[in-house]
Design a binder for this molecule. Structure first.
Ligand code: GLC
Length: 433
């Protein structure tokens, strides 16, 4: 099928399933989530699950890492505190990645941290309760595909066990397995959000994606499902690659690593700077999306210092710019301002994000409202714009130039708040008279 036909079909089905806008409200307001990839791959610092799939290490060597997963310094309260400090309103943790190792005490098989690792306990439960104490929503990442399970079809990049269509009894057994695990998660941890992954190896029918959705919503009608369920999710999940134009889906979330890997790796010190993370975050919310920012704790449960620092810096910036970020809605359409922007829900406040470091000036095109007040957010200082090029007898508004004194600039991204007279009104024409 043509790629564009597939995209349109996916779009239709996503919109079809995202019909409950009220259930999506907390997600739309949340803006920031923290993604956690924690698993046995952190022991040797291999890539999460893909290390054996891509045959970088033999399967046995990879799985042997479970013997080094101590969680000795695991402090779920400290994790939840750090997440809260970042300003995030939800967290998504890998309850089971493609390697099949469950963080909780699953009864569906024996491949779990509590049963096989020296940590010897359910490491999911205390994290979920620490999140709830902080009023942070809990998202369960769950890999549908399971390269370790003897009844799953795939194993490594060049060897598979069988095809679902040719051995339906075996596939049914696998279905019973993952539905069993999902039911455990639903019943024991009541996730607010399910973050599926690995759906690409089977089609919707084979996964029984409709059945999975039904099963989850029957027990918790408010649960939100990400878009990796072959068209049966509630929102879109671009990964790493930043959308250039505003996604058409009403709800979306960019998942992004803080360095180049999802899980902890000794070799990866290519961390993004707080400035880069903050400007990417501003860009996401300006386009009406969320950022799901990943951290990869070590096998002992400690969080790499660089990631801790990024979350804290992001949190300080969020605190200062709270009203421009949380509960805002997408900002101006492209062309009015060269940077991200957001609006208050009544669209009477416009927030302009100056993502160019050391920007002392910026301008805004096509604003028809009168500005009641313009200020640098978090400073109490007002700024008077200079109106440039306004022809007195024309309907076309002039350009508004703002000069921001260096002393008022934020160390990462400065935010200008414009209080408008009435809801936002834009001139969208081609100029002329
Ligand atoms: C991809 C990868 C997986 C990672 C996920 C995060 O699907 O397969 O390893 O966990 O992206 O979005």
């Amino acid at each position: 099928m043509q790629k564009w036909i597939v995209s349109i079909l996916m779009l239709l089905s996503l919109q079809l399933h995202a019909q409950e806008p009220t259930k999506m409200q907390w997600f739309a307001d949340a803006k920031l989530g923290i993604f956690i990839h924690w698993g046995i791959y952190a022991v040797d610092g291999t890539s999460e699950s893909w290390a054996f799939y891509n045959k970088r290490v033999p399967y046995g060597t990879y799985m042997n890492q479970i013997k080094g997963f101590t969680a000795a310094n695991y402090n779920p309260t400290a994790w939840a505190n750090l997440i809260a400090a970042s300003g995030a309103k939800y967290a998504v943790i890998t309850t089971k990645h493609h390697d099949g190792v469950a963080l909780w005490n699953t009864k569906q098989n024996k491949l779990s941290i509590p049963l096989q690792s020296p940590a010897a306990k359910d490491v999911l439960a205390p994290f979920v309760s620490a999140l709830r104490q902080k009023q942070i929503k809990f998202g369960a990442y769950y890999s549908l595909l399971d390269w370790s399970h003897p009844d799953y079809t795939g194993f490594t990049k060049d060897s598979s066990r069988y095809k679902a269509a040719t051995d339906t009894i075996r596939w049914k057994r696998f279905q019973t397995f993952y539905k069993g695990q999902l039911n455990e998660l639903i019943d024991q941890y009541k996730p607010d959000l399910f973050w599926f992954d690995g759906d690409w190896e089977q089609d919707a029918n084979t996964w029984d994606a409709a059945g999975i959705r039904k099963m989850i919503l029957a027990k918790n009608p408010k649960a939100i499902l990400n878009g990796r369920l072959q068209g049966f999710g509630d929102y879109d999940t671009p990964e790493q690659n930043f959308p250039v134009s505003r996604p058409l889906q009403p709800y979306w979330e960019l998942c992004l690593t803080t360095n180049d890997n999802w899980g902890f790796r000794f070799i990866d010190s290519n961390f993004k700077t707080p400035y880069q993370i903050i400007s990417i975050f501003a860009d996401c919310i300006g386009m009406g999306g969320n950022l799901l920012l990943d951290i990869g704790p070590k096998a002992d449960g400690s969080i790499p210092k660089e990631q801790e620092n990024i979350l804290k810096e992001l949190g300080n910036w969020n605190n200062k710019h709270e009203e421009a970020v949380f509960s805002s809605i997408a900002g101006l359409p492209a062309g009015h301002f060269y940077g991200p922007s957001t609006l208050s829900k009544d669209s009477q406040n416009l927030y302009l994000f100056l993502t160019n470091t050391n920007a002392t000036a910026c301008y805004l095109k096509g604003l028809q409202n009168k500005i009641l007040k313009a200020e640098v957010l978090g400073t109490d200082q007002t700024i008077a714009p200079t109106v440039v090029g306004k022809i007195s007898w024309s309907q076309v508004p002039g350009l508004l130039y703002f000069n921001i004194p260096v002393a008022l600039q934020d160390k990462y991204v400065t935010v200008l708040k414009l209080q408008l007279e009435g809801p936002l009104k834009l001139y969208r024409g081609k100029g002329g008279l």
